[in-house]
Design a protein around this ligand. Sequence first.
Ligand code: GLA
Length: 390
Amino acid sequence: MFELSTIYAAFERYFGKPPTRIARAPGRVNLIGEHTDYNDGFVFPMALDRATYVAARPRDDRIVRVFSVKFRDEDQFDLDHIVRDTQRQWVNYIRGVAKGLLARDLPLRGADLLIDSDVPAGSGLSSSAALEVAVGYTFQLLNQINLLGEELALLAQGAEHSFVGVNCGIMDQLIAALGEAGHALLIDCRDLSYRPIPIPTGVRVVVCDSGVRHRLAGSEYNQRRAGCEEAVRILRPALGKIQALRDVRSTDLAEYGHLLPPELLPLVRHVVSENERTLAAADALAAGDVVKMGQLMIESHQSLRDDYRVSIAELDTLVDLALAAPGCYGSRMTGGGFGGSTVSLVEAEKVDEFVAAMIAGYAIRTGRTLQPLVCTAGAGVSCVYASEEE
Ligand code: GLA
């Protein structure tokens, strides 16, 4: 677990004064509902008990100084002149969020920030959304700004679009802002409403990081998204008032799928079926039917691998190993794909055997060392330390 005293002391050492606030925002794992969020569809993530922490202290000027413990690097920018950095990507998450707050006419003053995280980066657990949301929330705390969790999530997503260049959906930022301990959230990405569903006590959620960092993730991601939007334009004359693939049903696809070019049909088939699976999975988990939930996860992986084509060999291997390991109800790749992690639903009593089988199997099949994480659903963004001084 992350020690608050460590980040407090690191801040004091670096900036010469103690922080006045420390905020945290969690990473996430998505149980099912992949590549549906930017199609106005459904997702079913849970927040992790791992998070990004921001220790902060306001300044009297308009300068923001940021030190990243992970990158051992400092950034400094002026709130009145925020530009994208073309060399260092990590600084753009912070700059983008500050710019987004200012664009909403919210008054900001300068700040010293120190950032640390125990969300592994690049493993598909949304360390970047955790960073954006934690930074946004920190500025809120330092400037007495009140934003709803949904607004904070939208602002963080905007930073990723305009400053980082990935046209991501809203899932990662929303769960980082609104996660609930012990629960996964079924989120409707059209109106951002959500339903918390408890994780049954008899199961564990296990994340296995393939060790492969998202290859080509940004460009492939943006291409898939553009493909979905193109499919909506093609289907609209036949289906009437559709705004997004969320509005297309399997029955519509059976009737009008022939209108789509061959490269778009499988994309649409994935999104349409994944939305249906996600709703069914949330009902199954709510009813404690973990066998059904597991089956839907398996189908989701097949669809991502064969139709949406965002899996890679190492993720497929992890899923195969999981399905052969003790106590596993279901397993699938999680997150955007092209690297990153799988998520498996495992019988609680067998979780140690499951973990041991995964480590051994992955070493034999790939020569790589696996460090499975047995995850508990954590809470969304919060302030974890506030000093007496302002
Ligand atoms: C990434 C994006 C999310 C979502 C997933 C795929 O994590 O940031 O918005 O689209 O990929 O489900």
